[in-house]
Design a protein around this ligand. Structure first.
Ligand code: ADP
Ligand code: GLC
Length: 477
């Protein structure tokens, strides 16, 4: 049995802005089921939604900050979470990273540097909990300084750094270094410096014993200039220690047979009942209730990464065909406005909900026929897997985890029952429109459509295999 400290800035359902949260609770759960002793450590934001006991564990002082650590459970799981409380840095309501206008909190460098330093104290058991991990598993830039700082300790745990998204690197002016009290030895271009800036993500990429990312295809992509954002060379240099392990999904949380957020439960043998969820969704969002028209869904952070601009460019052509679209998301204000303008022009076809709504996300997955995910890049992506489990056909661009988890519908893949979605290559609106047309054509043949749905629902996206790969990695370090 290994002791594993899982360092993350979000974990569902305590706090979530995206897939990172899903993974940082479902992977620790899966590892616990495999008999490992896992604790998750994350900041105690005011927005954190704890359930049940939260008990004080210990306090420590880092520079002039008084820090307390609390213990709670990740709800509905056997996994312990340690919450790092430092009110003078973390007492900001709302999103963990940005204010209500989407601007990063001005003191993010201080906030996450402090979080990393506390994680290191815990990892070295300087907090006297009589629990010293064998492995410290860090996730994304917010935890990037942990492998760097741990590299300077004797008798330290081994470190794993998982890249969930290269687009977010935690870059800050070099002046921050002094206020963060970071050791001078780390501050050079072979260390945390990146073109004159302090890079949190480099702390993980340079110093971790092993680097992982969340799909095999993305592991290759980030070693190229298009996806590496200037770190492709370093990643290629470390390629012997870099591995892509595809994310799993929480198959209890996302299960059409027991999902508490949907009115009609169903499975692969009662697929026709999915229709009732479609009708309920159409009613709920005020679209004409019609079981013949293909209903498309999209749930996402509204950012460049997700190809939202391509969707906006295509929609005026898409509405020429029989279709409806429900889009749930928030983020970039320009995208939000342009989408809302389109919804005003085509109220019978397009509904845009600017919100973050976990429950509605489940009803959309169950109620729509097709899920759109035309990402420009996608390290893994979870919704295309949720979709397949719900018999909802994903339309995806061939990149990252989307390429690894969706099989395009072709005569060959129909013949061997492997087809589970529609895959297109080029990142432009024309290619998306073609994929859209191909989808509506397939939808018009209900026999073929049901075959694709059945193939998709038979896929196993549980954590079983991937958690075992992580375990193997921990053992091999
Ligand atoms: P990313 O982490 O890049 O945002 P993923 O596909 O890995 O992309 O995960 C996104 C997760 O966040 C999914 O669980 C998705 O359902 C959820 N999500 C994104 N936006 C919303 C929203 N507006 N309302 C509810 N859930 C959302
Ligand atoms: C990131 C990526 C997404 C991935 C998620 C969880 O936010 O954008 O593709 O699924 O992390 O690993």
């Amino acid at each position: 049995m290994k002791k594993i400290l899982f360092v993350t800035s979000e974990a569902y359902p305590l706090i979530k802005t995206g897939g990172l949260a899903d993974v940082c609770s479902s992977l620790p759960k899966a590892l616990t089921e495999l008999g490992q002793d896992v604790k998750v450590i994350l900041p105690k934001y005011p927005a954190l939604k704890t359930v049940g006991d939260v008990r004080f564990l210990c306090s420590l002082r880092i520079d002039n900050h008084l820090v307390s650590i609390f213990e709670t459970m990740i709800p509905d799981s056997p996994v312990v979470a340690w919450l790092v409380d430092c009110p003078d840095l973390f007492d900001l309501a709302g999103n963990p990273y940005v204010d209500e206008l989407g601007v990063p909190w001005a003191n993010n460098a201080d906030r996450f540097a402090l979080f990393c330093r506390v994680a290191v104290e815990v990892a070295m058991d300087k907090v006297n909990r009589n629990w010293k991990p064998d492995i410290v598993h860090c996730n994304d830039w917010q935890s990037g300084l942990v492998p760097a700082l741990l590299s300077m300790e004797r008798d330290r745990p081994k470190t794993v750094f998982t890249i969930h998204n290269m687009a977010y690197q935690g870059l800050f002016p070099m002046q921050s270094v002094r206020s963060l009290n970071l050791p001078g030895q780390l501050m050079n271009p072979n260390g945390l410096e990146f073109h004159g800036l302090l890079s949190f993500i480099k702390g993980g990429i340079v110093y971790a014993d092993r680097i992982t990312t969340v799909s095999p295809t993305y592991a290759l992509e980030i070693q190229t200039p298009e996806y590496g954002y200037g770190l492709e060379g370093l990643l290629a240099y470390r390629s012997d220690d870099l591995i892509g392990i595809i994310n799993g999904i929480d198959t209890n949380e996302w299960n059409p047979e027991i999902d508490p957020h949907i009115p009609q439960h169903y499975n692969v043998d009662s697929l026709s009942k999915k229709q009732l969820n479609k009708a309920e969704l159409q009613r709920r969002v005020n679209l004409p209730v019609n079981d013949q028209v293909p209903l498309f869904g999209l749930i996402s952070r509204l950012v460049e990464q997700k190809g939202i601009d391509m969707v906006i460019d295509c929609l005026p052509d898409m509405v020429e065909l029989p279709m409806q679209l429900v889009l749930l998301g928030n983020g970039n204000k320009t995208f939000e406005q342009r989408l809302q303008n389109l919804a005003r022009l085509f109220p019978d076809k397009i509904v845009i909900i600017i919100d973050y709504d976990e429950s509605l996300a489940h009803l959309i997955e169950a109620g729509v026929d097709v899920f759109l995910m035309p990402s420009r890049f996608e390290p893994c992506g979870l919704n295309q897997m949720y979709s397949q489990r719900y018999g909802t056909i994903p339309v995806v661009r061939k990149t990252g985890g989307l390429a690894d988890t969706v099989v395009d519908t072709l005569s060959t893949s129909l013949a061997d029952d492997s087809a589970t979605g529609i895959v297109f290559k080029e990142a432009h609106a024309g290619a998306l429109l073609e994929a859209f047309k191909r989808t509506t054509l397939l939808y018009s043949d209900q026999q073929i459509w049901q075959q694709i749905q059945t193939n998709a629902m038979h896929r196993d996206f549980s954590w079983r295999n991937s958690a075992k790969q992580y375990l193997e990695l921990y053992h091999n370090i």
